[in-house]
Design a protein around this ligand. Structure first.
Ligand code: FAD
Length: 280
């Protein structure tokens, strides 16, 4: 195995361009598991550890530009905890402190598992994924980036350089269900964002479909039945109907972690809980 260790973004882009089949390595918390279990034996690996451009966080006028190789620790309770409450809540649920010190959002996007904890957050925030190659930079909507189970729209010569999220005026929260309280991959997850200025609620689900599901029909129903220009307490009927509609949009399967029936029920409960918190 040949390991490349570029010292800058131009060097990294040159390396991936010359070796488009190479495995990019950020925190290594997914890749090293695959290599250790011999599920995958790359011939070329490009380490992103010393590419400082990927660790830059920018507070911009309307949002944040988050370098793809910033570890979860910084969002959990570190320097960038203020960027997004939902991203902080999701980051706190990832693995253990060791995993959160190494693992990155860029890696979560790279793996693109439907159970990736930051992905429902990025979906509900309508994040933009910035991809760079020696030919330039392009920005893709998160909805166009995630294609399916562990499949994304990155080209072989591209590196995910950053994620752009907006500043939102209103509640945002993330919740997940697993088989225990910590060190657990989601069996169902949800992120809800209440954008008061634009009078809308966005809700995205994880681990209940081949990729993250945005519940567009439930969002429309809510906007037609609730005044979303402010926080207002909701009736039990509205909360239950919202839960029911969100569950109906899930497309779960039964696997070694859970059953489709339980997942369908769980996302409804999570949606209802998050909406209640948003309106408190
Ligand atoms: C014990 C354990 C517990 C875990 N718990 C959770 C959990 O609770 N929730 C969760 O979501 N995940 C969990 N994971 C999975 C993993 O930690 C996350 O997916 C993490 O975000 C991966 O980030 P990384 O930087 O370590 O990625 P890496 O392993 O370095 O890379 C993962 C993939 O992304 C690609 N990649 C990385 N960076 C880039 C980039 N900048 N541009 C393009 N492609 C890139 C790599 O080529 C590779 O295909 C766990 C893993 C372990 C080992």
């Amino acid at each position: 195995m040949t390991i490349f260790s570029p010292r800058s973004l131009p060097e990294a882009l040159q390396a991936i361009n010359e070796h488009p089949g190479a495995r990019l390595l950020a925190g290594g918390t997914d890749t090293m598991v695959e290599i250790n279990f011999r599920h995958f034996e790359p011939t070329d690996v490009i380490s992103l550890r010393h590419v400082h451009e990927l660790k830059i966080f920018e507070d911009q006028a309307n949002g944040y530009r988050i370098g793809s190789a910033i570890p979860y620790r910084e969002f959990e309770n570190g320097s960038y905890v203020h960027a997004s409450r939902a991203l902080s809540e999701a980051s706190r649920t990832v693995g253990s402190p060791q995993i959160r010190a190494a693992g990155t959002i860029g890696g979560n996007l790279g793996t693109c598992s439907p159970a990736g904890d930051t992905l429902p957050v990025l979906s509900a925030l309508d994040a933009q994924v910035e991809l760079s190659s020696i030919n330039g930079v392009r920005t893709l909507s998160i909805h166009d980036f995630m294609l399916g189970v562990k499949r994304n729209a990155r080209n072989a010569n591209e590196i995910i350089t950053a994620i752009h999220i907006p500043k939102v005026d209103g509640y945002q929260g993330y919740a997940k269900v697993g088989v225990r309280n910590a060190m657990v991959i989601s069996i169902a997850s949800a992120c809800l964002v209440h954008d008061i200025s634009n009078k809308r609620v966005a809700i995205a689900l994880g681990a209940v479909g081949p990729t993250i599901i945005r519940c567009r029909e439930s969002e429309v129903w809510l906007s037609e039945n609730v005044d979303l220009s402010m926080q207002s307490s909701l009736s039990t009927e509205v909360l239950q109907e919202f839960a029911h509609r969100v569950s109906a949009e899930a497309r779960p399967i039964t696997d070694h972690r859970s059953t489709a029936e339980y997942r369908t029920h769980a996302v409804g409960v999570l949606a209802q809980r998050l909406l209640k918190r948003a309106m408190l």
